[in-house]
Structure formats: C-alpha cells, structure tokens
Design a binder for this molecule. Structure first.
Ligand code: FCB
Length: 508
C-alpha cells in the first residue's frame, strides 16, 4: 500500500467515527493531537470591525479562458497539455465566475462577508503580457469591483495568482529579468483604472510556490527543473514586487500594498544544532524569501553558504529596487513542516505531492539550502492528505509579529479539502470543514489576545474550483458547485461561517 492509499483508508475510517460521534466534529477533535479544547473555542471572540472574507483566484474560478480577447496563459497551455492535470481537467469553464460573478457576490453578501480576495488574469488585460490594454478584459474587473462595493464588500486584489501570459513564458518566463518591468506596467494599468475603488493590493500569491514548482521542480508550468532557474525567477519576482509597489502607489493615492505569501511554521525534527539551523533556513526560504527583501532590501539567510548572487542574476542597486516596506502583511496557513539537516536526516518519512503543499520524497530539497522537509502525519489529515495542526496558526502569526515588529496582518487564505457532497435534502453537511476553521480561528483569536495585530481572515475558498494540477479532484469551497449544471449550494460550513462573520464568535 502506498502512502496515499494508506492515508485515504485511515481518513475514511476516522471520518466516519467523527461524523457518528458528533454533529460538529468538536468532540472527537478534542481527542486528537494538537486539537483545541472546546472551552477555548467557545470563549474565543474577535474584535469589532474584524474583517471576515473569502478568497479565490482567477484561473481557478473564472473560466471564459478565451472570451472577449483574453490571451493564452501558461495555465491554459499547461492544462491543455496531455498528462499534466489529474483527470485531464482544465480551467476552460471551471465555475464560470466570469459570467456568474453576480450570483457569487450575492452569496458573499448572504454570508455577511466584508472582504473578497480575488485575482486578476494578466492575459485578460494584456493578452500578450505587454502593450495595449484589452478594454473588455478590464471591464470584467470593473463590473466585479462595482458589484462588491455595492454590497459593502471590500475588494482585495491579488495581481498575480500564477497565470502568466504564455507570450511571456515564451520569452523565458520569470527567470527573464525583463518581466519585472512588464509586471510593473501591468500593475500600473490596474491601479490607474481600478485604484479609485480598490485600496488593498497584493502583487503576488505564494511567490515561492510558483517559482519553485514551476522552475525548480517542474510540477507547475512551465515544468522546468533547475534550481538555478528557480533562483533567477525568484529574484525577478522580488524586483517585480518592488517595482509594482511603486507603480501602484504612483497611480493611486488610496492604495495600500501588502502580500499574499504562503507560509508554514517549521519545527525542528530534533533539538540538535544542525536541525535547528536547518529549520531556520526553511523559514528564511519558504516564509521570508519575498518578505524580507521588501521590508529591508536584503535576502534572508536561507543558504548554507553565501547568498548565490551571481546565480540569481543580482545586480548592484537591486537592494534598493526590492525594498518597499509593505503597508500590511498577508499570508496563508494550511499546514506545518518538520525540518532536519539533509546531511544527518533519516530518510524514512517524507513528503510527496499534496496539491500546493508539496515536498520532495527524500534527501535534500536542493543543493544550497540542504534542508530535508517532512509533511508530518501526527495530527489528523484532510482529504488532500494535509495534516491538521491548528496550533501552527498561533505559532506562525506570533512568530511573524515578533520578527517584523508587530505589523498589521491579514490571513489571506486558510482552508481544507473535504469531498462532502449533496445529501438527500439538498444540503452539504461538511462538519469536518466547520471543525477545521473553528479550531484554526480559535488559535488565531489566541494570537490576537496575545497582541498580534490581525485584522482579517479569508477562508479558502468561496466556492469549489479548479485545484491546479489536482483538477477537480479536490474541493475546498464553502459553497458546493455541481460542475455539470453550475448550480451553487452553500455548504453547512458556509452557513456557519456566515454566522461567525455576523457575531465575531465561533460557538454559533
Ligand atoms: C493555496 C493556493 C490556492 C489553492 C489552495 C488550496 O496554496 O494559493 O490557489 O490552491 O492552496
């Protein structure tokens, strides 16, 4: 039996116990490692004005892949290539939010949401990534933003959630330094046209993930596997982040610019000095590699040796281009990591491919950081195979608060995959998803009580959608989608989250 089969069998077993024992999943959750006691859940309170939101991304929800002059993106090309996506799925139609955004905004309103984090498709706005604006593509975002504001929902715009115009991939993709300038032009176009209404901008979603998966290990487009290409791509993205920040601020005086980084709290496998040092390198590479250059102009200490400036394509003065102290920090939390020094690591337990939280299966992840990273399985697992570790939320938020002098924080994503579907009464009783968010939110409330300045939480996702290389085999939505009819049904978790948003408490 391989690890995935083992996981799905144990999941099936634990899931049925959980549902049989408890409607909310809380009782059993109290018996498992890292679970938050029910008393902490019921006493948790969020401050007045706390911003409750939901998140999505253009390629995952919009569909309309070639409508109204949109150009081809790297994800269009990748999903149209045989063998790249589970079930040969594509985002061609997905949940068709391009045509159904009004219905989706109505759901947000019904669930008392105050923020919708969406992303823009670069190739809708500039079909080949440079040059003239495609007005029809921009008009879609005008309509979406206006519909959100009409319902009192804050539009939170991520400029880039992984879909690059294919024409720019053909020019070398992110390892090509010119992309920083093109991206800044794109950012300027958006801020000039939408900046009278959007005040919250994040240039990149999970920059480590798309640069490493796309250029370092090849599980995302353009499927290249070169650590040097990763280093170059990541450096261009750091330059692009800085230049986009300036372009947005120049075009809109109301703009605030932050981030939507993917982060994972990391714990050393043993208390040894090498494992603790490796854990610090993991934190620098995965959590801080794009944050620290923005805040200070400097790369964090992610490497065993010196920073490989030549391999990165670093040029004199780049520190000043990268340095743009962010107005607020946004990051996602899904699951934790356990890290050891690759030279001493036991190679028995390790990662594998779990959606966007992937780790290699053995040895050092790369030659320069020499970290060995595990996705632990001590806690229960979601149906994507990710360990549920609510305490990681507290640890991560308080660590970043400490390290960056108590910045304003937004949780830009948190969520879980469960495959619950419609029952005979037309409901989706996804008690495990309620338990997941409840526990993570209880830990977030604890971090806030201990002084972290967290102002927002975004559940991933408003709606079931295209889950990258996993296609439609994973469901993260708080709203169920029948992909044949496009019918939306708010899941029990969505109804619960709507009550949370209305009351600032979790025992609802
Ligand atoms: C995050 C991604 C998001 C989605 C969720 C499940 O890492 O930002 O697009 O895939 O994982």
């Amino acid at each position: 039996m391989d690890r995935r089969q083992f996981l799905s069998q144990s999941l099936a077993a634990s899931g049925s116990v959980l549902l049989a024992k408890s409607g909310s999943g809380l009782q059993l959750a109290e018996q498992v490692p890292a679970a938050v006691p029910g008393s902490k859940v019921s006493s948790a309170r969020f401050p007045n004005g706390f911003i409750w939101g939901m998140a999505s991304a253009a390629y995952q929800v919009e569909g309309a892949w070639n409508a109204d002059g949109k150009g081809e993106s790297n994800w269009d090309r990748f999903s149209h290539t045989v063998g790249k996506i589970k079930g040969a799925a594509t985002g061609d139609v997905s949940c068709d939010q391009y045509h159904r955004y009004e219905e989706d905004v109505t759901i947000l309103k019904r669930l008392n949401q105050k923020s919708y984090r969406f992303s823009t498709s670069w190739s809708r706005i500039q079909p080949t990534g440079t040059g003239a604006l495609n007005q029809k593509g921009l008009d879609y975002y005008n309509r979406l933003v206006d519909a959100l504001l009409a319902e009192g929902i804050r539009p939170f715009c991520t400029l880039y959630h992984w879909d690059l115009p294919q024409a720019l991939e053909d020019r070398g993709g992110w390892p090509n330094r010119d992309l920083a300038r093109y991206f800044a032009d794109f950012a300027g176009i958006l801020a000039k046209n939408l900046g009278d209404r959007i005040t919250v901008w994040a240039p990149f979603n999970m920059p480590w993930t798309f640069t490493y998966y796309g250029y370092g290990v090849g599980v995302f487009p353009p499927a290249r596997s070169s650590f040097n290409d990763f280093l170059k791509a990541a450096h261009t993205v750091n330059l692009a982040q800085g230049q986009a920040f300036r372009a947005i601020k120049a075009a809109s005086s109301k703009a605030t610019v932050g981030s939507a980084y993917g982060m994972a709290p990391a714990y050393p496998k043993t208390d040894s000095e090498p494992d603790r040092a490796a854990t610090a390198r993991y934190h620098a590479m995965n959590n801080l590699y794009f944050l620290n250059p923005a805040m200070t102009g400097e790369y964090p200490k992610a490497f065993v040796g010196d920073i490989p400036y030549d391999a990165m394509g670093y040029m004199p003065g780049d520190d000043q281009l990268m340095k743009v102290p962010l107005d607020w920090l946004g990051f996602h939390y899904y699951t934790r990591r356990v890290v050891s020094d690759a030279k001493t690591a036991s190679q028995s337990v390790s990662g594998g491919h779990f959606g966007t939280e992937t780790e290699g299966s053995s040895g050092a992840r790369d030659p320069l950081t020499q970290i060995h990273v595990e996705m632990p399985t001590e806690g229960p697992l979601t149906e994507a195979g990710l360990e549920i570790w609510p305490r990681g939320m507290y640890d991560l938020v308080t660590q970043i608060s400490r390290e960056y002098n108590h910045p304003i924080i937004e949780i830009s994503e948190n969520g879980c995959c469960y495959l619950d579907t419609l029952d005979d009464n037309g409901r989706v009783p996804d008690a495990r998803r309620i338990a997941f968010h409840r526990q993570h939110l209880a830990e977030l409330a604890r971090a806030i009580a201990d002084g972290a300045r967290v102002r927002a939480y975004h559940a991933w996702s408003l709606i079931d959608n295209f889950e990258w290389a996993d296609g439609y085999s994973q469901r993260y939505g708080l709203t169920y989608v029948d992909f044949r009819s496009q019918k939306r049904t708010v899941k029990d978790s969505g109804l619960w989250y709507g009550r949370v948003a209305a009351s600032n408490r979790l025992d609802v």
